[in-house]
Design a binder for this molecule. Structure first.
Ligand code: CAA
Length: 257
């Protein structure tokens, strides 16, 4: 089946998904989410697939949720649609999934990389949660998963300042499992996935489930709180200003700073 926002192939027992919206640095819009969910559901049902690699382009794994799509939302629409909640299905994929990250992994892009079981990064990778620069906060798990991955102090630093960290800092912090040369990224991720896919699938699924038990305890409470706060920010003028300024390529003039 052809997809407009993804390239999908299988290499033996490994499913390879490439985010493919180059004109928007792979910004994560509704169509991409729908296509990704459908592809993952297919891979989950396919006994011939033992692991998945999720990657982007050399310039961007993904530069975040699609700001142009989100900009018009108000609080009511965000709550009723449960904006960003559809990504929980991606995080709930049951087979091992590796993120191969090159270039920008920002906002929702960093959050999707963290939904994968581990991250292999190219030396060019840049991670960050810049939502504060748009007048909002992370809404796809960033405040929860990043804090668990790298600890409170560094998570606060990234989320409150909106700064990016490079691959070396991300590896030092424990966000990234391995850093490799850009030309080796896909090869390394596919080799790791092939190795995993060569093991018993039930053990791989259970190993993943067991690690996630340790990792996710009380996560659901944090997620619920995060999502409502994320939604609430769509009631502010600063969200409109932050997102409009991004689209108009100017500095935002926030009222409430
Ligand atoms: N949403 C929509 N479009 C985006 C985008 C995004 N997140 N990121 C980049 N684009 C678009 C740009 O608007 C631009 O499109 P046009 O050519 O039509 O203007 C195109 O992609 C190329 O981007 P730039 O010209 O900005 O490329 P650059 O190399 O100068 O800068 C960048 C790269 C620093 C990553 C910059 O694009 C950027 O800051 N992007 C936004 C990052 C961001 O704020 N992400 C968080 C989104 S909010 C979120 O994710 C919420 C959540 O948790 C659910």
């Amino acid at each position: 089946m052809a997809h407009e926002t993804l390239l999908v192939e299988t290499r033996g027992r490994v499913g390879l998904i490439t985010l493919n919206r180059p004109q928007a640095l792979n910004a994560l819009n509704r169509q991409l989410l729908d296509e990704l969910r459908a592809v993952l559901a297919g891979f989950e049902a396919d006994a011939g697939i033992g692991a998945v690699v999720l990657t982007g382009s050399e310039k961007a794994f993904a530069a975040g949720a699609d700001i142009k799509e989100m900009q018009p939302y108000g609080f009511a629409e965000a709550v009723v649609e449960d904006l960003a909640a559809g990504w929980d299905e991606v995080a709930a994929f049951r087979k091992p999934m590796i993120a191969a990250v090159s270039g920008f992994a920002l906002g929702g892009g960093c959050e999707v990389a963290m939904m994968c079981d581990f991250i292999i990064a190219s030396e060019t990778a840049k991670f960050g949660q810049p939502e504060i620069t748009l007048g909002v906060i992370p809404g796809m798990g960033g405040t929860q998963r990043l804090t668990r991955a790298i600890g409170k102090s560094k998570a606060m630093d990234l989320i409150l300042t909106g700064r990016m960290m490079d691959a070396a800092e991300a590896e030092r912090s424990g966000l990234v499992a391995r850093v490799v040369a850009p030309e080796k990224l896909l090869e390394e991720a596919l080799a790791a996935a092939e190795k995993i896919a060569g093991f018993s699938l039930p053990s791989a699924i259970m190993a993943k489930e067991a690690v996630n038990r340790a990792y996710e305890t009380v996560l659901s409470e944090g997620m619920r709180a995060e999502r409502r706060l994320f939604h609430a920010l769509f009631a502010t003028e600063d969200q409109k200003e932050g997102m409009t300024a991004f689209i108009e390529k100017r500095k935002p003039a926030f009222r409430h700073r």
